[in-house]
Design a protein around this ligand. Structure first.
Ligand code: ZN
Length: 570
């Protein structure tokens, strides 16, 4: 929305002739308003996506100027010439009426010039610095902050006590991630150590996906808004989408992967024998979270999900859900060592009209979810009436080592997406049917999950995830040659090695290795050089002498086993 405010001695206007068919029905007469703030207003196409919010911000901006020029009289004056991209007449009129109401609620005396008319007007604008101001209003902010000022709010002001999340401090100490609030607010950067952890997580999930038949795909990050209209995101999610115009077309950055995957499956026809068809993607999504809500990696504006969409026949739901429950159990209890896990089943209930898909199909699908949970002997809470309008779902919460519960995985059934995109298959009797979609993300957001892991492990990442798996330390400089040989042998075994061959005492080197949270140290002196061994020390200061090649082999095996703790010295 574009607004020009003029502080006036007076304005006179009179509707002369209807400019459009949808012109407001009014009584033609001359209006004169004195000592007022006139807000020339153009409602734009982009505003349609979040009209109410935009109007609210516009009202706040006008009230702000009116307050500064000390007037309680406002004239809302539709003036389409402020924009090259006007909204539909219906949306414009709706916005203007809402704007009038919003200002009246703030105790302004409001007049509104008629919409859709050629109007004659004359005006006497005052000559002070605030008399003429122009503003661009969006759904996000009334006045766009310059230089990302809004994003600085999440940083501590000097002298102010700022509670920093544990993972932010650990992340900085281990050089896992950084933020650039001035240039990419809310979007994490991963320097080498962080990218390593992230790629390890992706690699492991990729292996699980392959084992479970989830084929990896890749889809673009930007789509024309027509896609978001088809998927319904433009209606339901507009406030949090990044949209822009280019060469006369509207585009949006993807806030979810589902519509992209719908296009992938739509590329060819399907038979019932082809199902299930399961696509996975490490898809980076962009969501315009409020700047005040950004906290380290837990809530960001650019996030990558280990997303997946399984297209299944209704009779395949139970088996697919059961196999996902297996993966979730293995992942959280065995691999990441969370202490507890709980399942929540959200089902249909209450206000029946809000759900799409027929009740019988829902009942069958919900039964399949319950059966899968029972089959895997999982206790769960059933939350009646908490399902999304498009299908029932299972959420998985885990409790970390410091007692915090986190909601991680979501497994969601969806009857709506195949309908919206016209996805179908030919059934055994030759009839066309719609598959059901299973949306699933196990880590959820990879970024958030990394933040959670840093807090859960208190920075001591398991050997397979740790950016540095072993630090080679020399007792004194005379052992440097052997130290280099040892480091090279460990690297050749595929291990991530850092060297510390400095002149400091071994005690100092050990302290530093602890600070860097390396799971292992390999300490070498003349004795080890003579024996072709290393003195292995883990982060709990347990020690054991091992032959160099034996240590390399064992550590590689431990890493491959995804052990949560270093155990070679036990
Ligand atoms: Zn999805």
């Amino acid at each position: 929305m574009k607004i020009v405010t003029l502080h006036c001695d007076w304005i006179e206007f009179e509707a002369k002739k209807e400019a459009i068919k949808a012109a407001e029905k009014i009584e033609k007469k001359k209006h004169r308003v004195e000592e007022c703030l006139v807000a020339f207003t153009a409602v734009e196409k982009d505003d349609e996506r979040a009209l109410q919010k935009t109007v609210g911000n516009a009202a706040a901006a006008i009230a702000d100027v009116a307050g500064q020029v000390k007037t309680k009289t406002v004239v809302v004056y539709p003036w389409v010439h402020l924009t090259s991209r006007p909204s539909s007449p219906a949306a414009a009129q709706e916005a203007l009426v809402q704007l009038e109401d919003a200002l009246k609620k703030q105790k302004f005396a409001v007049s509104r010039a008629p919409f859709g008319w050629y109007k004659q007007f004359s005006i006497a604008v005052k000559g002070h610095p605030l008399a003429e101001l122009s503003r661009e209003i969006t759904a996000v902010a009334a006045v766009k902050p310059k230089g990302g000022a809004a994003d600085k709010q999440v940083q501590a002001k000097p002298g102010e006590k700022h509670e920093e999340r544990a993972h932010v401090k650990i992340g900085r100490e281990l050089d896992i991630f950084h933020m650039e609030p001035e240039l990419a607010p809310g979007m994490p950067f991963y320097p080498p150590a962080g990218a390593l952890v992230r790629n390890q997580l992706i690699g492991y999930m990729r292996a699980l996906n392959e084992a479970g038949g989830w084929e990896e795909v890749w889809t673009p990050h930007v789509f024309k808004t027509d896609l978001w209209r088809t998927s319904g995101h433009l209606e339901a999610y507009a406030d949090r989408m990044y949209v822009f115009e280019k060469d006369g077309s509207d585009y949006g950055l993807k806030p979810m992967n589902c519509p992209g995957h719908a296009l992938v499956i739509k590329r060819r026809p399907w038979s019932y024998k082809d199902f299930p068809v399961k696509y996975s993607e490490f898809g980076t999504l962009y969501r315009d979270e409020q700047s005040g809500e950004l906290t380290g990696l837990l809530r960001v504006r650019a996030l990558t999900q280990d997303d997946g969409h399984g297209f299944v026949r209704p009779d395949q739901i139970q088996a697919e859900i059961a196999s996902l429950i297996d993966v979730v159990k293995k992942l959280y209890l065995d691999v990441f060592g969370f202490s507890e896990m709980r399942f929540n089943l959200s089902t249909r209930g209450g206000e029946e009209t809000k759900y799409i898909g027929d009740a019988a199909a829902w009942e069958k699908a919900t039964k399949a979810l319950r059966a899968a949970l029972d089959q895997k002997k999982m206790k769960y809470d059933e939350k009646k009436g908490e399902a999304a309008f498009y299908g029932p779902k299972i959420d998985v919460d885990v409790k970390d080592s410091v007692g915090t519960w986190w909601q991680l995985s979501t497994i969601q059934l969806d009857f709506n997406l195949p309908e919206r995109f016209g996805i179908e298959y030919v059934d055994s009797d030759g009839s066309k049917k719609r598959p059901v979609v299973i949306h699933r993300a196990l880590y959820g957001s990879l970024d958030r999950f990394m933040g959670i892991l840093l807090e859960h492990f208190k920075g001591r990442l398991p050997p397979w995830l740790s950016p540095v798996q072993v630090k080679v330390l020399t007792l004194s400089q005379e052992s440097e040659d052997y130290g280099r040989k040892a480091a090279a042998a460990l690297r050749a075994a595929g291990l991530r090695v850092r060297e510390d061959f400095g002149a400091e005492t071994i005690g100092k080197k050990i302290v530093l290795a602890h600070a860097e949270k390396a799971p292992y140290m390999a300490i070498v002196g003349p004795k080890e050089a003579a024996a072709g061994s290393v003195s292995v020390r883990d982060w709990n200061d347990k020690q054991k002498a091992l032959k160099l090649d034996e240590f390399a082999k064992k550590l590689a095996a431990e890493s491959a086993s995804k052990a949560a703790e270093p155990r070679l010295c036990a």
